[in-house]
Design a protein around this ligand. Structure first.
Ligand code: NAP
Ligand code: ZN
Length: 349
């Protein structure tokens, strides 16, 4: 089915309107009329080929909320009219040890991304949520339990929400834990909300003095402007866990120094240029770790959506029209996002 979309034809071309084809639903497929799609920094990295290997045309978008408009014969979990979500994955092998453990994001043969992933559909790679419609295998579709008026602000949970929720859960964040969230953008602002809801003592790290008051309102107990060395050193050796969401290369030693013995710095930001190598002594002398974490599995994404619905958590968003995506990217590059842009897909029509 011919579908309107926004995407780029090359790394140096702007995101612009195009038409794409969506397959007719197979027996296990769900066809979704998209209502809202969040704008993740990964969309920008990928559409401009900052990570290399982007396939064109590239239609980004992996924070999708929409309404089911058709289902295949074998689909029992979803019906026409249901409000559903799709995140960063639309398929995986579903038979390797990682998939068996519900960790499809670590699929041993590689998960299929919502965009830029391999598919039999034209043009040979997946096309994402900056589009009016998408067709996805039922096993990769999530149920959305939030109220209908909140749906635009639910969309960012599908990536920013799960990418921060999963490491917070994996490293057992809860009461009595002192947690740092570094970078207050799309991911970071969700990290603050989620760590706060899990009962942790939350310290937000920002390079933007202007975000101080906002970070407290989001649920931080303290805010550190990371350019201010005195504020940083006052917290040396005190954190159980720090989640780094920064989208640019920076000095990690300034953060590992703040960890307690056995503390962990987990990186989720994927900058275009590498971080300077961390100082090993900083790790050895207090048995500190640096780790990474990738989105979250399907079952955990459903758990996160249910957790957010139960705790009244959504993203703080600025709604944009599809023809404002490039402007949104430029603002994102200036850390001028409060705190996630979401495309109103109705603006494409
Ligand atoms: P974002 O909205 O642009 O937020 C990034 C934040 O980093 C900024 O708001 C800013 O916060 C801080 N920052 C500090 N110095 C910066 C600089 N020189 N340039 C840009 N930002 C700077 O991005 P996002 O959508 O949250 O994504 C963050 C990163 O996570 C991206 O690299 C993205 O690709 C990656 N990501 C990873 C996963 C995963 O599974 N691991 C999933 C999704 C996204 P302050 O103003 O507070 O300093
Ligand atoms: Zn994302």
């Amino acid at each position: 089915m011919t579908t309107l979309a926004y995407g780029a034809q090359a790394a140096d071309q702007p995101v612009a309107p195009m038409t794409i084809e969506r397959r007719a639903p197979n027996a296990d497929d769900v066809q979704i009329d998209i209502l809202y799609c969040g704008v993740c920094h990964s969309d920008l990295h990928q559409v401009r080929s900052e990570w290399q290997g982007t396939l064109y045309p590239c239609v980004p978008g992996h924070e999708i909320v929409g309404r089911v408009s058709a289902v295949g014969d074998q689909v029992t979990k979803f019906a026409v009219g249901d409000i559903v979500g799709v995140g960063c994955m639309v398929d995986s092998c579903q038979s390797c040890p990682s998939c068996d453990d519900g960790l499809e994001q670590y699929c041993e043969t590689g998960f299929v991304g919502t965009y830029n992933g391999p598919t039999a559909d034209a043009p040979g790679h997946t096309l994402g949520g900056y589009s009016q419609r998408i067709v996805v295998k039922d096993a990769f579709v999530l149920k959305v339990g939030h109220d209908e008026q909140d749906l635009a602000a639910v969309a960012p949970l599908l990536c920013a929400g799960i990418t921060t929720y999963s490491p917070l859960r994996h490293w057992n964040i809860g009461p009595d834990k002192k947690v740092g969230i570094v970078g207050i953008g799309g991911l970071g602002h969700m990290g603050i909300k989620l760590a706060h809801a899990m009962g942790a003592y939350v310290v937000a790290f920002t390079t933007s003095e202007s975000k101080r008051a906002d970070a407290l309102a989001l649920g931080a107990d303290e805010v550190i402007v990371s350019r201010n060395e005195e504020e940083m050193t006052a917290h040396a050796n005190s954190f159980d866990f720090i989640l780094d969401t920064v989208a640019a290369s920076h000095d990690l030693d300034a953060l590992t120094t703040l960890l307690k013995r056995d503390g962990t710095l987990t990186l989720v930001g994927v900058p275009e240029h590498a971080h300077p190598s961390p100082t090993i002594a900083n790790l050895i002398f207090k048995r500190r770790s640096i780790a990474g974490s990738l989105i979250g599995g399907i079952a955990e994404t459903q758990e996160m959506l249910d957790f957010c619905a139960e705790h009244g958590i959504t993203a703080d968003i600025e709604m944009i029209r599809a023809d404002e995506i490039e402007t949104a990217y430029e603002r994102m590059l200036k850390s001028d996002v409060k705190y996630r842009f979401v495309i109103d897909i109705a603006s494409m029509g």
